[in-house]
Design a protein around this ligand. Structure first.
Ligand code: CA2
Length: 138
């Protein structure tokens, strides 16, 4: 089984800025733990701050991988392009957020990704990614 985690803008700052909101682990450290936990899954990780690169990665992996775990970060709330890419591919996409976006500012309550994702997991910190992988496994 092959799953890719795709992270959007600013998530490269995890563990380095705003630990009170996003925790103090870097994503690279957390990713190593996921690889250790899900040894039977071929896990890949991609992060970009650029919307078009996220779209290209969804297109590249969206016909051959078994699952995409996507945290589109701020693009969640704005990107028709990412939503269209998800609609165009065959691989199921699970939308993930570290924080509970519904407890935050109103503009974060809107997601262009949710209507095209197979499911949404949010608010469990980095564990949200773990839960998303579990959901794709089953
Ligand atoms: O909670 C999430 O996972 C978000 O997708 C994170 C995005 C935010 O725009 C979404 O509304 C919810 C922000 C990612 C920024 O990540 C940072 C990490 C550390 C320091 C600063 C930003």
């Amino acid at each position: 089984m092959k799953i890719i985690i795709i992270n959007g803008p600013n998530l490269n700052l995890l563990g380095k800025r705003e630990p009170e909101v996003y925790g103090s682990d870097t994503f690279e450290d957390y990713f190593s733990k996921l690889q250790f936990k899900f040894k039977e899954i071929e896990l890949e990780y991609f992060q970009s701050n650029i919307e078009g690169e996220l779209i290209s990665k969804i297109q590249e992996t969206g016909f051959t991988y078994d699952g995409i775990v996507l945290n589109a970060a701020a693009y969640t709330h704005t990107s028709v392009g990412i939503a269209d890419a998800i609609k165009a591919v065959e691989t199921p996409v699970v939308e993930v957020h570290i924080s509970n976006t519904h407890k935050r500012e109103e503009f974060r309550h809107v997601s262009y990704i949710s209507p095209v994702a197979i499911g949404v997991i949010l608010g469990f910190g980095l564990k949200s990614y773990d839960l998303a992988i579990e959901s794709l496994k089953n």
